[in-house]
Design a protein around this ligand. Sequence first.
Ligand code: ADE
Length: 240
Amino acid sequence: MTIRIDVLTIFPEYFTVPLQNSLLGKAIKEEIMKVKVHNIRDFASDKHKTVDDTPYGGGPGMVMKCEPIFDAVESLKEDNSLEHIVLLTPGGKLFTQDKAKEMAQWKDLVLICGRYEGVDERIVENLVTEELSIGDYVLSGGELPALVIIEAISRMLPGVIGQWESVTNDSLYNGLLSYPQYTKPAEFRGMKVPEILLSGNHEQIKKWRDEQSILRTKKKRPDLLGKYQEKKKSDSEKVE
Ligand code: ADE
């Protein structure tokens, strides 16, 4: 089944090149994923095509208006169930690999790219079903976050990555960082590839890689290791 993603933005050009290239381009060409980008400005009703206005109560910047965004979302109802209407905002819940896996199961979704100082709160309260952030930093808008999310979802769809093993080996797929990788030559400027990888003993190699994965996570992202161990414990309690 093809997942459908409708993106609402005032900068549709942001999406042109990323959606045509590499694995994302392939996923779309092969109709594993359908991504439609819509210009919010096309839904502005005045002759100046206004999509933002000054905030009530004063203060700096501009706020994205209700009307074009409500109208844009409603225009999708023939093609999108509108079950998942996601706003990209630095104030949203943190987007993670688990969230990408969850979203890859959805039939369709709408991504609304916020801009300026924010969107009218009535959009958040009455239209949006969830708010997502890609990290604790502020970008100028939700366009790059939307692309990040689309690409992360695409990698979770069967058929996008040639070998499924390369997905399950990815850092973070199982909550850990991946093991270190090496390629030819076996020695470069005196730096050697770990002997075990040249041994041909697949069982020992797997064991070494599993250990390395844990060690690396402990060293570089101890926060992830804690979460991984908690999850493993609660999974094993569920089985018992
Ligand atoms: N818009 C601006 N910054 C953002 C972020 N970090 N995540 C999602 N949307 C954003």
